[in-house]
Design a protein around this ligand. Sequence first.
Ligand SMILES: *Cc1c(COP(=O)(O)O)cnc(C)c1O
Length: 943
Amino acid sequence: MPLHSDFRSRHLGTTGSELSGLLEEVGYDSIDRLIDDAVPAGIRSERPLELPEALSESGALEKLRGIMSGNTVLRSYIGQGYHGTLVPTVIQRNILENPGWYTAYTPYQAEIAQGRLEALLNFQTLITELTALDVANASLLDEGTAAAEAMSLALAGAPKGKVMFVSEACHPQTIDVVRTRAEPLGITIEVGDWRTFEPSSVEGFFAALVQYPDTLGRVEDYSAFFAKVKEVKGLSIVAADILALTVLKAPGEFGADICVGSSQRFGVPMGFGGPHAGFMACTDRLKRKLPGRLIGVSNDPKGRPGLRLSLQTREQHIRRDKATSNICTAQVLLAVMASMYAVYHGPEGLVAIAGKVAGLAGRLAGSLKAGGVKVLADEGFDTVVVNVQGEASQLCDKAVGSGFNLREIDADHVGITLDETCGPDDVERVCKFFGAAMSEEGETGWIPTSLRRESEFLKQKVFNSYHTETEMLRYLKRLESKDLALNESMIPLGSCTMKLNATSEMMPLSWNEVANLHPFVPAGQSAGYREMLSQLEAWLAEITGFAAVSLQPNAGSQGEYAGLLAIRRYHESRGDADRDVCLIPLSAHGTNPASAVMAGMRVVGVACDDAGNIDVADLQSKIDEHADRLSALMVTYPSTHGVFEDTIVDICERIHSAGGQVYMDGANMNAQVGLTSPGRIGADVCHLNLHKTFCIPHGGGGPGVGPIGVAEQLVPFLPGHSELGDTAGVVCSAPWGSASINTISWMYIAMMGAEGLTEATKVAILNANYMARRLAPFYPILYTGNKGLVAHECIIDLRGLSAKSGITVEDVAKRLMDYGYHSPTMSWPVAGTLMIEPTESESKAELDRFCDSLISIQGEIMAVANGEADPTDNVLKNAPHPAEDVCADDWSHSYTREQAAYPLAALRRHKFWPAVGRVDNVAGDRNLVCTCDSVEAYAAASE
Ligand SMILES: *Cc1c(COP(=O)(O)O)cnc(C)c1O
């Protein structure tokens, strides 16, 4: 077959003779011999993967189109937290469908991420303004988990207590997620009517959660209730509708301490449940405990404003077992879209949209009432609930026959929710359905006068400047070009697997039958989705060697949590409720201990030896010490140090014989697929990061999918969902979490097939070993396994060079930007090192260009060490160098402009310029500024 005639050879960076060249450099004449040496024989799979024959790009698209045509996209008036929305096409094409945005990494390297950091700062500003609270984070995973995070935040921020009140009129899926999260933490959830609940009469009460407008569409005045909550020093949490907040009094104005919700209806398609950005805002007092990421404003050495992730040291990898949240991957791309929706429409546009929706709903309510239909409320926003006296089920079925979905609330109640895609014909159609005539006028005072929003919002310049398409297009482009993404150069992030996100994999996201399905439609309407998802589950079960897979968790962290919860429930089912000790190697990712704590486990650390392997003697002593309390071991494989430990099978056996279960963190699955598997190694459960191994792009820090695979005995404990008829262990608002983006992984597996996937793993391992060989003469490789080989990533040790020169890993990371690169993973899992993961998708030319850059940088470090370069005024300490500085008339450095900007000849062909100089971390954390400036501030500054 000619080269590049199939998808596999487009996905792999090297094939054919180029591959042989790489092998030769590593000292092998065949890739299989290399793999035999790198991967211990004792864990190799006994048979090849059984997956369908690989399809071509066009073939896979056609196949998926056929499957997804099994979905029926009707007009849905279901609401319940998910709404039809008009994605502005300028945003769809230039963000959602643009690799410049969707292939970027999490903005840890601020200087090459100013574009998305600005968009996220806009998101935070949007949320603080709409909620009238002081601080908002840069997104959470969905509304249900945001409410659960709010519970944990309240628990940490309120006086002692373990009872939380949840209004029965919250969205049911939110109540389910909160219940799941409360149980392991020992929190009692009291669900009831807020009108009759007396906070002072409940011992241990610490917080109350209500919905606004509530799930029945009622707009309630909670101010008196919140005053009662405050009297007993409890915290008040509101789950709010983002569009309603543009016309309703803001939660911060009636006493809320925390407000959460979903930003989906701000221009993000429903996608059968996700992904969308959850949001959270809180009062100033709680800001340092706020979960998720917070963008702040700092400055660079020239005093230019520089945005960055604030309070990074407080992130979960530092807090570990003291963490109250495990969130890592969030919903950056979707938060960016939602913020741009607000930028595009501006405050007046948003109010007009909300006004239109409320106007239609009011007209519907009025018409129905005039027609004798029993309408539940005289006031509301977008939802009308009618009492149908036991007929709900039949009526909803009948509606489907007429081409639309109503919400079946209970036997007696049906809900109709309108959105910005609706018009008078929708109202007319529903009126007709209920036998009423559409009246000319709406319900007067439909939005209750006392709860109308009076305060202004979004006066900031950015929300009032880009309302024409030309201006919007250029704003998006301006931000995009400040950011380095995979369409610029390789992003060799250890553990994060930044591989190709192929265009064909991304295309289906824009299909109507993928984008526009409500997650709670009757099962028959989502047949296409169900088929695609169950195929993907089966393929992932085969790949992991497990009995079953759940796609519900919407990030790796959520998979960890769901997996540990399954273990917890398994032990409980056997009368082993005391088993609560979770052993975690000290090298583990920070989400591991955070998830264990959230699952009600006690974290016990296990040492690693000098070679980066789990110290088996220490492990055994911890097993012995906690034998009858042992719940689980969490282990990453290949280890976070990038080595295949050959003791892994023995380790799993030791845990099992002590009655424990083995949780494998599957972030490194890119080194396993087709060669070995968690099931083969002896694990009982593992999560995958589909946004690492299975080609979902990082989106600049999210979305993700973190499915879990489990062995037979854990199958009964996979996450449930009310839509699936089981409400135990619900970890996410939607039954299949971020359902729509699973099409990406489906396409990848369908196009690669068993052989292609296995080949990818082999090439990933080869590429890592090639880079290790090239870099070893310049930087020591920290850990190697069998025969001096690494797995799919390698750690280069800078500590020796740092000691000699005073140049830190951070200096190297910043200097790499001048070479047009994003740094590898910095100082994790070992301080003072860089962890490089090339993946299978990079060509030899790109691997070489990156190695050349690191080798050149080593020369620059040596110049400092030898005294040839100034110890403080050098290319590394002053990196990165923005164009403005290099072009400035005034240049007083001890090195040349050319050395600063063009250290390698290859850069003359193409140069990526960092947008700002090095952003000051300390100043940013000391002085938290987490919203963009108001017009007044701009005006004041220009005076
Ligand atoms: C990425 C990663 C996680 C967390 O996954 P998220 O999707 O970011 O929540 C956990 N463990 C390891 C080793 C990882 O690399």
